[in-house]
Design a protein around this ligand. Sequence first.
Ligand SMILES: C[S@@+](CC[C@H](N)C(=O)[O-])C[C@H]1O[C@@H](n2cnc3c(N)ncnc32)[C@H](O)[C@@H]1O
Length: 267
Amino acid sequence: MMHYKIKIFKKKLKGAFAAFSDSSFERKYQRGNSVENDNYYKAAILKNKAEALKEVKRFDVINHCLKSLNRETTYLEIGVRFPEANFDKIKASFKYSVDPGFENALNPVDFKLTSDQFFNQLKKGELLSSDIKFDVIFIDGLHLAHQVDKDIENSLAFLKEDGFIVLHDCNPPTAFHARENQPFSLSPAGKFWNGTTWKGFYKYRLNEKLYSCCVDSDWGIGVISTSKKLYPKPEMVNEFFEYNSMDENRTQQLGLVSFEEFKAMIG
Ligand SMILES: C[S@@+](CC[C@H](N)C(=O)[O-])C[C@H]1O[C@@H](n2cnc3c(N)ncnc32)[C@H](O)[C@@H]1O
């Protein structure tokens, strides 16, 4: 029996060596090796790890905003997926959740709708109340600039005067994370996807009537306020919303601040 097993093992070993010496296999191996040793690839892997190590999370920022208001608060989350990751951790008197359920079949939310459907029905008074105003609206639905833009615009119409809009994924560490196609995972960003959220957020950073900043943690936690002075406007405008321009001038363009700096800003 033992002799038979050794024979099979030797045969497999021979096969593996044969495959390795095959030129197409060798070419594929070399190509894979050169990808993994590419400087952009290696830097992105390190940035993935660095982001995961940052301790402040989106719920810390959201809870701080809610607490700063020092009253009964109403919270809305757009894009929930698994409530235990964020929604359940939020401390507000009244909480509402919206998600069409693209990423979690169970989708245990209040409104199983896209954000557009939700706001359209809200405006018509078909759900909740058309004059409802929220203290904090957390936008974390579809991570594409055009949708983030619409979500911010709609949220502004339902935000209390001293309320906050908070957005996840505003600080993509590399262009791979800021790709438009979420399913493309053959990059060093792997399954991490911030999409083009930063562009939607940046558009409102340029709005003269609004204040904004981005807490540098948990992939960039953007905050927009109509009343609290946050990070000053970018000095140099990134007219074409180019990733490299944002990357070279991240602090100014995104208004990057630490959580401590943010807390000092909003009191
Ligand atoms: C990144 S997950 C949300 C994560 C969650 N907010 C958290 O902090 O853990 C994105 C969610 O947005 C939802 N989504 C996708 N498109 C949407 C849309 N147009 N409107 C609202 N939600 C959307 C998806 O179904 C998914 O559950």
